[in-house]
Design a protein around this ligand. Structure first.
Ligand SMILES: Cc1cc2nc3c(=O)[nH]c(=O)nc-3n(C[C@H](O)[C@H](O)[C@H](O)COP(=O)(O)OP(=O)(O)OC[C@H]3O[C@@H](n4cnc5c(N)ncnc54)[C@H](O)[C@@H]3O)c2cc1C
Length: 543
C-alpha cells in the first residue's frame, strides 16, 4: 500500500506507472501474494479534484489546476490540420489518466478484439477479453453473459439526465433508425443509449480507486513522485529500473521476476527507447546503446472529434464560473446531490457512416448537456465557451486511418518526446468527420426536441459543404486516446508479443494502451483496464 519514503528497492514485480493498466496489473499481481512495487511519477489522488467526477471541467480548463496532475504535453505541429499543436493531456497522478479522464465507460466493439486475434494475437479475441471485462466490473445492471458484478470498477448511469439529453437520444433513433440500447457494452454496440460511467455515489472509479485503494492487497507497495529513467537490462534480461526521486537522487529498484512497463503510450515508448529498445538508428542518433532494434513509437494513432454546440432550452447547465462554484458548494455540503457527482457526458451513439465495413459502426457521438470550447483546445487557456444553455455533440472518428510516430527529442528522460499522431493525414478521416457532422445537424432538426433547439452556436449553420470541411481542420480535437506505440503482434511491426513480452529482452513486458495493434471503437480507459487484467493473467500463467 501507499508508503512513505524510504521506499523498498526490491520486489518480485516492478510495475512502472499506476494508470488505467498499471494500477490494475499491480493490484492483481499483488493479490496473488507476490511482492509488487508500483512506481508513479505523480502524486496521490486522494483529493476532491481527482475523486469528484464533475471536476473534469476545471481540471482541463484552468491551466493552474491542470498542471497539478498532468504531464503538460503537446504534439509537434500537425501538418494536415493547419500546423496546429494539439494538447496531449496525460494524467501524472496515482491512477494516471484514469484519474483525470471523462469516465465514459465503453468496452469497444467485440469485432475489434476478434480482429486483433485474427492478426495473430491469440488470447485477445472477444470471448477471452469478455472474461477479463466481467472480472473488472461492478455493473449496476447486474451480471449476465457480457456484464460483471462485484469487480473493482463500479459502472453506473447518471440518474438525473437533462431533458435535452433524452431528446437527443430519441432524435438520434428517429433520424437514423438505429436501436435505443439498454447496454452498448453488451451483445451489440450499434445504436444509441444512456452513457455508462465508471463513477458511483459521487466518486470517480479510477483504476487506483478500484485496484489500489479498495482492493488494497497487502504485498503492494505504491511509490509516488518517482520518475523511472530507464530499465536496467543486463545480459539481455531486465533486472530492474533506474529511478529519480523527488529530491533528485537516483537509485535502482530490482525486480526478482519481471519489470512491467505501464507508463502509457508516451511513457512506455519513451522508457523503452531510453533503455536501448527502439529503432537502432534513432537510438544511435541520441547516443543510446542498442539492446533490441524494434519499431517502438511507430503506429501511433488516436481518436478525433468535431464539437458541435446547439443552443437548447432543455438543458439546465451553464458553462460559467458562478454556476460551477454554486455546484461545488452544494456538492461539498451534500455529496452526490449535484451534477458534480457524474461525468459530463449523458448519451452515446455508435452509428455507421458510408465508410463502415463489416457491419461495424464507425462513428461515435458523445452528447453532453453543456456548451463547449470553440473553435478548438489548442491554447493553454481555453477559447470561448458560450454562456447559453446548450447541448454539445462530439462527433467522433473511432477508426482513424492516419498513423503517426513518437520519437525521442533527447536522451534526457525529462524531455518531452516528439509526439506526432499525424492527425487527418488520410483524407478518409476528414471525410468521416464531415459526414458525421452533417448527420448531427440532421439529428438536431428532429421533432423529438419539440422546438427546444434555437440555434447552432458552433460551428454555425453558415458553414456548409467545403466550408464545413475546412472549418473542421481548425476545430477537430484529440479525444486523448493515443495508442499503438508499443504494438502487440507476431510480425516485424510488433514491439511486444501477444503475451506482452518485449521482443529480444527477457523479463520485460509492456502492459498498457500502447500495445493496441489498432484502436478500439470507443473510449480507451475500459480497454486499458482490461489490458491490465489480461496482463496479470499472462504474467501469472493463467492463459
Ligand atoms: C483528459 C482525458 C480524458 C479522457 N477521457 C476518457 C473517457 O472519458 N473515457 C475513456 O474511456 N478514456 C478516456 N481517456 C483515455 C484513457 O484515460 C486512456 O486511454 C487510458 O487511461 C490509458 O491508460 P494507460 O494505462 O495506457 O496510461 P495512463 O493511464 O496514462 O498511465 C500511465 C501512468 O504512467 C505514469 N508514468 C509515465 N511515465 C512515467 C515515468 N517515467 N516514471 C513513472 N511513472 C510514469 C503516468 O504518470 C501515469 O500515471 C481520456 C484521457 C485523457 C487524458
Amino acid at each position: 500500500m501507499a508508503k512513505k519514503a524510504p521506499y523498498s528497492n526490491e520486489a518480485d514485480y516492478v510495475v512502472v506507472g499506476s494508470g488505467s493498466s498499471g494500477a490494475t496489473i499491480a493490484g492483481r499481481l499483488a493479490q496473488s501474494g507476490a511482492k509488487v512495487i508500483v512506481l508513479e511519477a505523480g502524486k496521490s489522488d486522494e483529493k476532491f479534484l481527482t475523486k469528484k467526477p464533475g471536476m473534469i471541467g476545471p481540471m482541463h480548463a484552468v491551466p493552474e489546476i491542470k498542471k497539478l496532475n498532468d504531464w503538460g504535453y503537446y504534439s509537434v505541429p500537425q501538418k494536415h490540420i493547419l500546423d496546429r499543436k494539439m494538447p496531449v493531456p496525460r494524467g501524472k497522478v496515482l491512477g494516471g489518466s484514469s484519474s483525470v479522464n471523462g469516465m465514459v465507460y465503453v468496452r469497444g466493439n467485440r469485432a475489434n478484439y476478434d480482429s486483433w486475434a485474427a492478426e495473430g494475437c491469440t488470447g485477445w479475441d472477444a470471448d477471452t477479453v469478455n472474461a477479463a471485462y466481467k472480472r473488472m466490473e461492478d455493473y449496476e445492471g447486474g451480471a449476465d453473459q457480457f456484464r460483471g458484478e462485484g469487480g473493482p470498477i463500479r459502472v453506473t448511469v447518471n440518474k438525473t439526465p437533462q431533458e435535452g439529453s433524452l431528446q437527443f437520444l430519441q432524435a438520434t433513433a428517429d433520424a437514423t433508425g438505429c436501436e435505443i440500447l439498454d447496454d452498448y457494452n453488451g451483445a451489440s454496440q450499434e445504436g444509441v443509449g444512456r452513457m455508462q460511467q465508471n463513477a458511483a455515489d459521487g466518486l470517480r472509479y479510477s483504476s487506483a480507486r478500484g485496484y489500489i485503494h479498495h482492493l488494497a492487497p497487502p504485498t503492494l507497495e505504491v511509490q509516488t513522485q518517482v520518475l523511472v529513467t530507464k530499465v536496467v537490462i543486463e545480459n539481455g534480461r531486465a533486472t530492474g529500473v533506474r529511478v529519480r526521486d523527488k529530491d533528485g537522487s537516483e537509485r535502482t529498484i530490482r525486480a526478482g521476476k519481471e519489470v512491467v512497463l505501464a507508463a502509457g503510450f508516451v511513457g512506455s515508448a519513451q522508457i523503452l527507447m531510453l533503455s536501448g529498445v527502439g529503432h537502432a538508428q534513432h537510438l544511435k542518433d541520441h547516443g543510446i546503446e542498442v539492446v533490441s532494434d524494434l519499431p517502438v513509437g511507430d503506429n501511433l494513432h488516436d481518436h478525433m472529434f468535431h464539437a458541435m454546440t446547439f443552443h437548447a432550452t432543455t438543458s439546465k447547465m451553464r458553462g460559467n464560473a458562478w454556476f460551477f462554484a454554486k455546484g461545488v458548494a452544494k456538492e461539498v455540503a451534500r455529496p452526490g446531490s449535484t451534477f458534480l457527482a457524474n461525468s459530463v457526458f449523458e448519451v452515446l451513439a455508435f452509428l455507421k457512416t458510408s465508410q463502415a465495413t463489416n457491419n461495424v459502426p464507425d462513428l461515435q457521438l458523445h452528447l453532453l448537456p453543456w456548451s463547449y470550447v470553440s473553435p478548438n483546445q489548442d491554447e493553454p487557456i481555453r477559447h470561448d465557451v458560450d454562456p447559453r444553455p446548450a447541448l454539445t455533440v462530439l462527433t467522433t472518428l473511432i477508426y482513424p486511418k492516419s498513423r503517426g510516430t513518437l520519437r525521442l527529442a533527447s536522451a534526457d528522460p525529462t524531455a518531452t518526446p516528439l509526439i506526432d499522431p499525424a492527425y487527418l493525414a488520410e483524407s478518409a478521416d476528414l471525410d468521416l468527420l464531415t459526414e458525421g457532422s452533417e448527420l448531427v445537424r440532421e439529428i438536431f432538426n428532429g421533432a423529438a426536441f419539440k422546438g427546444a433547439i434555437k440555434d447552432e452556436i458552433h460551428p454555425g449553420r453558415s458553414l456548409q459543404g467545403s466550408d464545413l470541411r475546412q472549418a473542421i481542420l481548425n476545430r477537430a480535437t484529440s479525444v486523448y486516446h493515443g495508442v499503438g506505440t508499443c504494438k502487440m503482434g507476431v510480425d516485424e511491426t510488433a514491439v511486444v508479443t501477444p503475451d506482452l513480452k518485449v521482443r529480444g529482452v527477457e523479463g520485460l513486458r509492456v502492459c498498457d494502451a500502447s500495445i493496441m495493434p489498432s484502436i478500439t471503437g470507443g473510449n480507451t480507459n475500459a480497454p486499458a483496464i482490461m489490458i491490465g487484467e489480461r496482463g496479470a493473467d499472462l504474467v501469472l500463467g493463467r492463459g
